[in-house]
Design a protein around this ligand. Structure first.
Ligand code: RP5
Length: 154
């Protein structure tokens, strides 16, 4: 999608999240939605996260998908720095099975929402992002209609 300006910004806390997040990338590709992918941790690279999140809207992004595991603060930190909707993907972890990621991502303080999908729900994050884009774009909305019709066909 390099030829089109990205509309979805994907950020993840580690390259170790990529095997899970490949399903998100694949779904966005299937919808033909241009995206940008960045690896930055809220704890290991806070400056990079701040810069990326606080410029995402002016760079043309419409929705952000943030994936992280363990003490998964990435989605919330990104949400603190952008007016864009943020979808969080809690990553399954070896020690606590992803409940750590889920609870730290979903329990946001009032005023700074992160719309959180299931543990490892990378594909649903892409579908939700497409639905957000579809609210203002008939072509993207039609892709969701077609996707649902194909799903119903089995
Ligand atoms: C989080 O810590 C990442 O999002 C990842 O899910 C988890 C483990 O990261 P690595 O130690 O594998 O880099 O920040």
């Amino acid at each position: 999608m390099a030829q089109q300006a990205p509309l979805v910004g994907i950020i993840m806390g580690s390259k170790s999240d990529m095997p899970v997040m490949q399903a998100c990338v694949d779904q966005l590709e299937e919808f033909g939605i241009p995206y940008e992918l960045t690896i930055a941790s809220a704890h290991r690279n806070p400056g990079k996260v701040h810069e990326w999140a606080s410029t995402a809207a002016q760079r043309g992004m419409r929705v952000i998908i943030a994936a992280a595991g363990k003490a998964a603060h990435l989605g919330g930190v990104v949400a603190a720095f952008t007016p864009l909707p943020v979808v969080g993907v809690p990553i399954k972890t070896s020690d606590l099975g992803g409940m750590d990621s889920l609870l730290s991502m979903v329990q946001m303080p009032s005023g700074v929402p992160v719309a959180c999908v299931a543990i490892n729900g990378a594909k649903n994050a892409a579908i939700f992002a497409a639905q957000v884009l579809g609210t203002g774009d008939d072509a993207y909305r039609q892709r969701i209609v077609d996707f649902k019709a194909a799903m119903a066909e089995g």
